[in-house]
Write a protein that binds this ligand. Structure first.
Ligand code: ADP
Ligand code: MG
Length: 476
């Protein structure tokens, strides 16, 4: 069987090799190991989650083509992620990827707790523990959660709770902070550590939204008792994004009951929220006061040093080498959110691969532009005129003059177009800056450029390049 899967994978590689640049092939396909072939489902092992996401985002099509060619119409691909000891974890392929092709999602994506399980007579009463999924993402571990001043209290409290669930004063442990700062990661790291230490403990990770949906289903099916029984039997309840319960009275009522039951019997409760307990809206006071029984620990935006540590750690795991000055540049510019930090890294690697060039500072600068929401602040009409004139090698003053020479008309249209796109100036103000043209002339320029971009890819690339240059000129 092993041989078989090797042969199949080799054939796939043969096809893939023809369709991707050599550097990408080496980086993203050579490290893959075929693991199993069963009923036309080929399982491949990838080094880590980032690697998997990368493949899904960038190579889903070529993977699909190769699998279908080699295994036929029923061909499917499953991933498994190698853990540090190089043993692989098998993955249920019950979900197709977002591109709705024959590629399965890995298991680390927290699954949904299936309410049907509660009705399973083998589970209730006296739950069959091995039947219940914790919904934990195995990639969210303490090892991978880099410590910094921004998260020290929360991380250490989490470690203490993981060591002695229900046995510390930190019950509940209430982790709060802005989006993308690691609440879900930390909460799940606690769960993962507990499961690893004590496999017999029943740990459940559930988002408050999912919990609410389960209650709605249970009410519909007249199953609330079974639902409550199940939750009461947990040793550790991790509920993510508890602020979602705001305004949901019935859910809060059931949660209040469960909270008390679990807490009284010394079970551990871990909650996360986008704000401190006292700032929660639409949540009953009696719940808020219970949230404050244990420890509330916040996650702050990481400082430069921590951002650097997080990013370089992630790159190292992905087996990608990036120059120190590039790392510094990214971490210097992306300040508030670890998720964005990861996003930019993936964008950067993608661009480097697409263009078959090194990840250098120039590339980092342009990748960062995708993460800047409103570039309009600080960009002036004058700056645009200067850059456009320089780009087309024409004198700046010609942009504002009359004259129908094509070598001047195109730069003028482009400059006007960019002013409209990248600044908040009115048509009138733009017209004034271009030699007193009226607003319909400005609109005409914009439409012309848009039309040319739609029909001429080289022209489009040129304009987009200029657009980037303008935005970049702001960042030093
Ligand atoms: P939140 O739940 O607060 O919105 P997440 O837990 O989803 O944030 O974190 C967003 C991303 O940032 C995740 O991929 C997570 O692994 C990563 N992350 C956040 N903080 C850290 C950290 N201290 N070390 C390593 N990765 C982190
Ligand atoms: Mg989260």
């Amino acid at each position: 069987m092993t041989n078989n899967c090797q042969v199949v994978w080799d054939n796939c590689l043969h096809i893939i090799k023809r369709s991707v640049p050599p550097q990408s092939y080496q980086t993203w396909f050579e490290p893959i190991q075929p693991v199993q072939l069963e009923n036309s489902v080929l399982t491949i092992a990838v080094p880590n989650r980032l690697f998997y996401e990368w493949l899904e985002e960038n190579f889903v099509q070529v993977l699909r083509t190769s699998i279908l060619q080699v295994l036929g119409q029923n061909g499917r691909l499953r991933y498994c992620i190698l853990n540090s000891s190089n043993a692989h974890r098998s993955i249920p392929a019950n979900k197709e990827s977002s591109a709705s092709v024959a590629v399965a999602e890995p298991p680390m994506v927290p699954g949904t707790f299936d309410i049907e399980k509660i009705k399973d007579p083998r589970i209730i009463p006296g739950i069959r523990r091995d039947k219940v999924a914790s919904n934990l993402n195995p990639n969210y571990t303490f090892d991978l959660f880099i410590e910094g001043d921004c998260n020290r209290l929360a991380r250490n409290a989490g470690l203490a709770v993981a060591k002695k669930p229900g046995g510390t004063a930190f019950n509940p442990l209430f982790i709060f902070g802005n989006v993308g700062l690691g609440k879900t990661h930390l909460a799940q790291a606690i769960g993962n550590q507990i499961v690893q230490q004590s496999p017999d403990k029943l740990v459940l990770y559930v988002s408050a939204e999912e919990f609410t949906n389960q209650i709605i289903q249970a009410i519909k099916k007249n199953d609330v008792n079974a639902f409550v029984n199940f939750y009461q039997s947990l040793d550790v309840l991790i509920m993510d994004d508890i602020h979602f319960l705001g305004g949901k009275q019935k859910t809060q009522e059931i949660f209040f009951f469960l909270f008390n039951q679990l807490h009284q019997s010394g079970r551990q409760i871990i909650l996360t929220s986008d704000r401190a307990p006292r700032d929660l809206e639409g949540i009953e006071d009696r719940l808020i006061s219970r949230f404050r029984w244990g420890l509330s620990a916040d996650l702050q935006a990481p400082d430069l040093e921590t951002r650097m540590a997080i990013l370089s750690h992630k790159l190292e795991r992905a087996g990608v080498k990036v120059n120190h000055s590039v790392l510094e540049y990214i971490c210097y510019n992306i300040k508030d959110n670890v998720r964005d930090l990861e996003g930019i890294m993936v964008t950067l690697l993608a661009q480097s691969m697409l263009m078959s060039r090194e990840v250098d500072l120039e590339l980092a600068k342009s990748a960062i532009l995708n993460f800047i929401k409103s570039p309009s602040r600080g960009i002036t009409i004058e700056a645009i005129q200067n850059l456009v004139a320089e780009h087309f090698n024409v004198p700046v003053k010609c942009l504002s003059e009359e004259g129908r020479k094509r070598s001047l008309v195109v730069p003028r249209h482009v400059a006007i177009y960019l002013c409209k796109q990248l600044t908040n100036h009115s048509l009138k103000a733009i017209g004034k800056a271009f030699g007193g043209r009226d607003h319909s002339t400005i609109l005409y320029s914009c439409r012309t450029v848009q039309d040319m971009m739609d029909t001429d890819p080289t022209f489009r690339a040129n304009v987009e390049e200029l657009e980037k240059k303008v935005k970049m000129s702001l960042m030093h």
